[in-house]
Design a binder for this molecule. Structure first.
Ligand code: KIV
Ligand code: NA
Length: 266
């Protein structure tokens, strides 16, 4: 399969073809999603919640993310691999963002990086883009700022907040971003931003008008015990895994596994 590249993102938008993105944090799931034809795999800092058992993404470090980025990159032949920059690894200066992004590409094998914010990190987007590193933006509810935002809340409600979000989106595009994630944004505002921008918008809890959609894979697949209102479960992977583990335990306890066919008889 031909690798998805950044110019395909804009072309998809121009043709009205919706883009698909899922998170991935390891080799086996990344391979499954890549073979399923998912266009972009995001090694998200949601790894803190989904894989490491934290309540937020705040504790996630570059060292937490790098092995996951490496595994996801190794598993994919077609998908564009996007690595999140974790909290504290890019905000201070364009130079800091550059140093972190270089690690994600050189050590992790990522094709692009994503980080949160609008005008406040536009200089970071500009420097990385000039250096040949594609950047995906992230606006709306930005989990790394949840302490300032007052929790997991819809962003961009009201004229003033909507104006701010639109201006941030335009600033990201002007700084060179190749796409923008819109998280927990009212659908009409996401539709307006999608219309204004030439680069694709990737929505999560941002309605159907975005140029693409992203979900945390555990929410998408019914893995785990909680999922946000905007996520739909397209499978029951958690139940399937539990059933398999129970069937295995039953057979071990009952003495029917392993049978002769699964043993070395001499
Ligand atoms: O870390 C993550 O999973 C994300 C997506 C929800 C966009 O940033
Ligand atoms: Na993230």
């Amino acid at each position: 399969p031909r690798r998805v590249r950044v110019h395909h993102l804009r072309e998809a938008k121009e043709r009205g073809e919706r883009l698909t993105m899922l998170t991935a944090y390891d080799f086996p799931t990344a391979r499954i999603f890549d073979e399923a034809g998912i266009d972009m795999l995001l090694v998200g800092d949601s790894i803190g919640n989904t894989m490491h058992g934290h309540d937020t993404t705040i504790p996630v470090t570059v060292d937490d993310l790098l092995p996951a980025v490496r595994a996801v990159s190794a598993a994919t032949r077609r998908a564009l691999v996007v690595a999140d920059l974790p909290f504290g690894s890019y905000e201070a200066s364009p130079e800091q963002a550059f140093a972190t992004a270089v690690r994600m590409l050189k050590e992790g094998g990522a094709h692009a990086v994503k980080f949160e914010g609008g005008r406040r990190i536009a200089a970071q987007v500009r420097l990385l883009t000039d250096a040949g590193i594609p950047v995906v933006g992230h606006l709306g509810f930005t989990p790394q700022s949840e302490n300032l935002l007052g929790g997991k809340r819809v962003q961009g409600r009201g004229d003033e907040a909507a104006e701010r979000l639109s201006a941030d989106a335009v600033a990201l595009q002007e700084a060179g971003a190749v796409a923008v994630v819109l998280e927990m944004v009212p659908a009409p505002l996401a539709a307006r931003v999608t219309e204004v921008l030439a680069i694709p918008t990737i929505g999560i809890g941002a309605g159907a008008a975005c140029d693409g959609q992203v979900l945390v894979w555990l929410d998408m697949a019914g893995m785990g015990d909680w999922s946000p209102r905007f996520a739909q479960q397209f499978g029951q992977v958690g139940k399937a895994l539990g059933d398999a583990a129970r069937a295995y335990a039953d057979e071990v306890r009952g003495g029917t596994f392993p049978d002769a066919g699964h043993s070395f008889l001499q």
